[in-house]
Design a protein around this ligand. Sequence first.
Ligand code: SF4
Length: 365
Amino acid sequence: MAGIYLHVPFCHAKCAYCDFYSVARPDYAEIYASAVEREFALRNIELDGQPVRTLYFGGGTPSILPAHIFTRLARMLRTEEVDEFTVEANPEDIDDDRIAAWLNEGVNRVSIGVQSLDNAELKAINRRHSAGDALRAIARLQKACISNISGDLIYGLPGQTSESWRASVRGLAVSGVTHISAYCLSYEEGTLLTRKRDRGDITEASDEQIEEYYSILCDELRRSGFEHYEISNFALPGKRSRHNSAYWRSTPYLGLGPGAHSLTASGLRRFNPSDLRGYIKSEGNIVTDDPETETDRINDLIMIRLRTAEGIEKACLPERYMDEITDSAARWLKRGQLAENGTHLYIPEKSWLMSDAIIRDLMIY
Ligand code: SF4
């Protein structure tokens, strides 16, 4: 079993907090699609014939692609074996033409960048849509029978309060989405938001506020029937993201497009530099190996799996590192910030906000 991820590196404009690789050049979409076709032809063998079960168009803003270019790429990448096909979308792009093209090509899951249901908060981070646009986009997808919908939210936004955050979480939970991903705002170097904070124009949320927002998030979504299955991800029963869950289980995936990462069937990590012009010039042939040592591989496992509700299976940790890991784990187990059952070590939900410190401590050096 394998997955395919396509990175679509175009956005209409840069959001104030974003440091993902994207460029405001949607006019390059046609020539980008030709480079993706060439890359796929060259690299398809990396999956070693394993059936592709999940297809994910992420970005950037995949919903920016005109319907005919989306169709061209989807027809190349989608096979009969794909059972989850996700497209990331911004609310302002969701129109009848795009929905028709997505349905025609088998899209059965849409992930929408909602971020907040408070218009002042959306404005503060340069989002181009309003709360009403996001809710109307969700209703439009449902009406078109795309019922598997995920919404992204951000906490710690400038001007956000406990009340406005609770209203966003509640509003999204009852909007018809089946999945919610919620991320803490981070101030990345070089972003407009970081410059504003450094100038004193906005104030960063305190650790105490972030703790409160996280607790509101977990409480509200539990009450609404969502399972908290990964530190930032919540799903109604049966609606977990299969693509991301496979990634957390180290299932091979082929990452296409500038900035995409891959894990080959033989266990090699590879990545495409974040460089649209270089990608187009080389006709998609710019992939670079990112070989891991055994220590890197184990630390990756610890980092990825301890962020999930299931945690890490002790049997997948090599025997020779067990003493070191058990020593570090003992301190956290004693404080109840780490737990174990017969087979797994896991971080209980109440300690997920401090998971970075626990994970750092369990890593081997
Ligand atoms: S739309 Fe998404 S990828 Fe594009 S700038 Fe905004 S947050 Fe970043």
